[in-house]
Design a protein around this ligand. Structure first.
Ligand SMILES: C[S@@+](CC[C@H](N)C(=O)[O-])C[C@H]1O[C@@H](n2cnc3c(N)ncnc32)[C@H](O)[C@@H]1O
Length: 300
């Protein structure tokens, strides 16, 4: 069947199922089934897909119409201009999380990961690395930095490792190029193996921050398909910040920075956790939608 006919059929099917942005979704699935990018897809509407490719596309449309996110169907999501493998053991990287990378780079950029005042390599922790999107984007931008990617899910860590290999090459993972990303199974900043972590210059994290009370209001695609341990923090939504912030006090050097993504309604409760005896220079950052999405705090 021709690409234009398949696309039309897909849009109609997704529209009927009530899927948002049906054209975008149909194009995405068709691109992956055809093994081409969007430009090629739209430039050659007359191209015929093989029977196998058409069957894959039709099966994927069916899954999408039933509510499965397109990223878990194709296994891919773009973040920071890089391609990440995703599967139901990791959160799908969100565009708003790029704010964490941007903010971290703002403080780390000078010297590409070398601390300008001490001349030493910057040491960065990404707590709750999931797909590894933040750690890998930072490693790409800061070739001299030493990055620790931590998660309590072994499945997430193995996906993050594969994403680092794809985007940075295997030289960055053990030996060769200095093993710049260290992947560690941990409970927040406490490695489960008991390994001793270095003192960090920067701690960045997009922790779970949705309250279990909000479960009924969370989009059904998230509720049904994304890992609950990546989305939900507990009854109030601030449980992970309550444990992470005191741990960061211990793990950061003096003047080190902590940069956290925030849920839409946790700002005041997070502010109360940033005790004046430990933290200074507290700054709140908005995302493109104008919502406060990140906090930066400096360790005293
Ligand atoms: C919101 S997701 C963020 C994933 C990724 N950093 C991103 O921004 O797309 C939170 C991550 O934290 C991990 N996590 C949850 N509780 C944790 C804990 N106690 N210790 C370490 N990681 C944890 C989850 O497995 C999940 O990968």
């Amino acid at each position: 069947m021709r690409i234009d006919a398949l696309l039309k059929q897909g849009i109609e099917q997704l529209e009927k199922a009530g899927v948002g942005s049906p054209r975008l979704n149909a194009e995405l699935l068709l691109m992956h089934a055809a093994g081409c990018d969007r430009t090629a897809l739209l430039a050659h509407p007359e191209r015929e897909l093989s029977a196998g490719q058409s069957a894959t596309y039709e099966a994927w449309l069916h899954e999408r119409a039933a509510g499965k996110p397109a990223q878990y169907i194709t296994g891919h999501q773009e973040f920071w201009g890089l391609e990440f493998l995703v599967n139901p053991s990791v959160l799908i990287p969100r565009p708003e999380t790029e704010l964490l990378v941007e903010t971290t780079l703002e403080f780390a950029r000078t010297g590409q990961g070398i601390n300008q005042s001490s001349g030493s390599t910057l040491t960065i922790a990404d707590v709750g690395t999931g797909s590894g999107c933040i750690a890998v984007a930072l490693a790409k931008e800061l070739p001299a930095a030493r990055i620790y990617a931590l998660d309590n899910s072994q499945e997430a860590l193995s996906t993050a490792r594969r994403n680092a290999e794809r985007n940075l090459g295997t030289g960055d993972l053990g030996g060769g190029n200095g093993a710049r990303i260290h992947f560690l199974h941990s409970d927040l900043l406490k490695p489960i193996s008991g390994e001793v972590l270095p003192t960090f210059d920067l701690i960045v994290s997009n922790p779970p921050y949705v309250s279990e009370r909000d479960f009924p209001y969370v989009m059904v695609e998230v509720r049904k398909h994304e890992p609950p341990s990546a989305v939900f923090a507990g009854e109030s939504g601030v449980e992970v910040y309550e444990r992470l912030i005191p741990q960061a006090v211990q793990a950061l050097r003096k003047d080190g920075l902590m940069i956290l993504e925030l849920g839409y309604d946790v700002r005041e409760r997070v502010r109360s956790l940033l005790l004046p005896e430990h933290w200074t220079d507290i700054d709140w950052r908005k995302d493109l939608a104008g919502i406060i999405r990140a906090v930066i705090a400096r360790r005293k």
